[in-house]
Design a protein around this ligand. Structure first.
Ligand code: 8LK
Length: 224
């Protein structure tokens, strides 16, 4: 059903560690015509005018992490701002996980210089204070670091093969601080936690739990 352009879509962020199954989760909703799926623009990060920023970041993190996260945040902002013709919009990750998980980790681990962190943080604060970001629900694909570490090995995305378990564990803790302990207030959306350790066969039940909640909200938005 066409969306009256004056109402905002019910916007869902799908968040979780590397290898937690976000893309698989989003693809589960591909069949619904009333939902717009915005998957992580990894291909844009892999080819910005011929430069593979993702690979550069993993290969020489100290040199390229700031540049990479700066571009990731720009692509995220573009996705947040992209007009959505459907009542529901599902996004893979967000400006919030960019700042509170990835940039935060890079600052704490000393991967980026405090001056670089300060610049990224000023951009984030400016956006938070001047641009309205829709956020109605966060689906958190909660995983155990060792489980996703094995998946990353199996998935064998070339740039990630040197990712150590310690990085996955630190990213997990930052997701928990943000989504379970709610240590950051900019994104007040409720969090639906799914057990994403489940393997593909079992996880359909978990998806059904979120599907009901998301689609019911979509009906509310359309009927508003
Ligand atoms: C918002 C955001 C997403 C994101 C992904 N990544 C990395 C993790 C994975 O290896 C790959 C695809 O998610 O990109 C990152 O380093 N920083 C990020 N920030």
């Amino acid at each position: 059903c066409a969306m009256a352009m004056n109402t905002k879509p019910f916007t869902v962020f799908v968040e979780g560690n590397i290898g937690s199954g976000k893309t698989t989760f989003l693809e589960h909703f591909r069949r619904f015509e009333d939902i717009t799926l915005l998957t992580e623009p990894v291909e844009e990060w892999r080819n910005l005018k011929g430069w593979n920023l993702l690979d550069l970041m993993y290969k020489d993190t100290a040199k390229w992490a700031m540049t990479f996260q700066s571009y990731v945040s720009l692509t995220m902002l573009e996705m947040h701002q992209r007009p959505t013709p459907t009542p529901v919009k599902l996004m893979e990750r967000s400006l919030y996980s960019a700042r509170h998980c990835f940039v935060e980790h890079m600052m704490r681990s000393g991967t980026i210089h405090p001056a670089e962190f300060a610049v990224l943080d000023e951009w984030f604060k400016f956006i938070m204070n001047h641009i309205h970001i829709d956020a109605d629900l966060i689906v958190y694909l909660k995983t155990t670091p060792s489980v996703v570490y094995e998946r990353i090995k199996k998935r064998a995305r070339s740039e990630e093969q040197c990712v150590p378990l310690s990085y996955i564990e630190e990213l997990h803790k930052l997701h928990e601080d943000w989504l379970i302990n709610r240590q950051h207030a900019e994104c007040p959306a409720p969090v639906l936690v799914l057990d994403a350790d489940l393997d593909l066969s079992q996880i359909t039940e978990e998806y059904k739990k979120s599907e009901h909640q998301i689609l019911r909200k979509a009906v509310d938005v359309v009927m508003r």
